[in-house]
Design a protein around this ligand. Structure first.
Ligand SMILES: Nc1ncnc2c1ncn2[C@@H]1O[C@H](COP(=O)(O)OP(=O)(O)OP(=O)(O)O)[C@@H](O)[C@H]1O
Length: 322
């Protein structure tokens, strides 16, 4: 990671009396994959449109690659590849022809356009498919072609608005893998807007959580989690295997009572062969020792990690309450 490539300062967009984006300040570093995360209507697309100079902010400032997007949108456009939610192609033209057309529009010399388009097809995993009409492409192929289309002008930044919409799980996995590969190999800065928590969690170095036009949290998932869930009990789940000598429910009752004596235990809840143990600090080793010593079989022990969905729902609730 290096210097800041996308810089937003107090960025605001009003539509009449409605504020779609509210004093947004954010910085994304070169080579970073940043996830803009938020529910429908949070202001993600409006923010993106301001970044690429397609919508003027009501106030605040946006710079991409050091260029002011509001005052110099044409220059920003040269540096930024934007893949909108639904990319349109000329259906009657082949994938290759569509790319050649974009290459020409972006000033790639005529003699190089076709070869460059072929190279881009290879890069996005569409080698050999360029001759087909795009009207006959699957959704996954169209998204890959869309990526090739934004890459053809050698951008420093790519902005992808809900890029995995409508892809099947395998298509999502492949597409996200491709984005990570491109970013890592070519130092591309990627801004990815989505409301799919798990996808963002898989690929983004950092995330920004948007609610009602406001950025209510940003950072990497571990830091967000540590900040948000500090002071909350550690939750440990234990899988039990009862034996004839230690049959449920008596065996479980006894085990529960012993666990409650441990220093640091907040609560113990059990159901069937599962125990859910909340503790004020991490006492996983003591819990393991006690269960094994009780003669009841321990099939697994798992400490709950707070993921992006926990973080998001917590922030989302707080955002709505404010
Ligand atoms: N041109 C416009 N005129 C008036 N209101 C608008 C306009 N464009 C967007 N909005 C409103 O601004 C808010 C933010 O919209 P935006 O499309 O930026 O959200 P989003 O986070 O991208 O949502 P989604 O995930 O549904 O695409 C919404 O309430 C939307 O209705």
């Amino acid at each position: 990671m290096n210097q800041s490539i996308i810089e937003l300062e107090g960025l605001t967009k009003n539509y009449g009396s409605f504020t779609a984006v509210d004093h947004l300040s954010l910085s994304v570093s070169g080579g970073e994959i940043f996830g803009l995360l938020g529910p429908n209507g949070a202001g993600k697309s409006t923010t993106i449109l301001m970044m690429i100079g397609l919508t003027e902010p009501s106030s605040g400032r946006v710079r991409v690659c050091g260029i002011d997007s509001t005052h110099n949108p044409a220059e920003v456009k040269k540096q930024v590849g934007y893949l909108p939610e639904d990319m349109g192609f000329y259906q009657e033209l082949s994938g290759l022809e569509n790319l050649v057309y974009t290459a020409r529009l972006n000033g790639v010399p005529e003699t190089e356009a076709a070869a460059k388009a072929e190279r881009m097809l290879g890069k996005v995993g569409l080698a050999g498919q360029g001759g087909k009409k795009t009207g006959n492409y699957s959704r996954g192929m169209r998204q890959r072609l869309g990526l090739a289309d934004v890459l053809i002008k050698d951008p420093r930044v790519i902005i992808l608005d809900e890029p995995t919409l409508g892809l099947d799980p395998e298509g999502v996995r492949e597409f996200l893998g491709l984005i990570v590969k491109l970013s890592r190999e070519e130092g591309l800065t990627v801004l990815l807007s989505s409301h799919h928590l798990h996808q963002i969690q898989q690929v983004c170095d950092r995330v920004g959580i948007f609610v009602g036009g406001k950025l209510i949290a940003e950072g990497d998932i571990q830091k967000l989690s540590a900040k948000l869930f500090a002071g909350e009990p550690f939750v440990v789940e234990a899988g039990l295997a009862f034996t004839a000598g230690n049959a449920a429910p008596a065996g479980q009752e006894q085990l529960r009572a012993s666990l409650e004596q441990l220093d640091g235990i907040v609560s113990v809840n059990g159901k069937g062969d599962l125990l859910r143990i909340s503790c004020s600090r991490d006492i996983t080793p003591e819990i393991a020792r006690l269960i094994v010593g009780s003669g009841i079989g321990l099939t697994y022990l798992h400490r709950k990690e707070y993921g992006l969905d926990d973080i998001y729902h917590r922030y989302f609730q707080e955002g709505r309450e404010n």
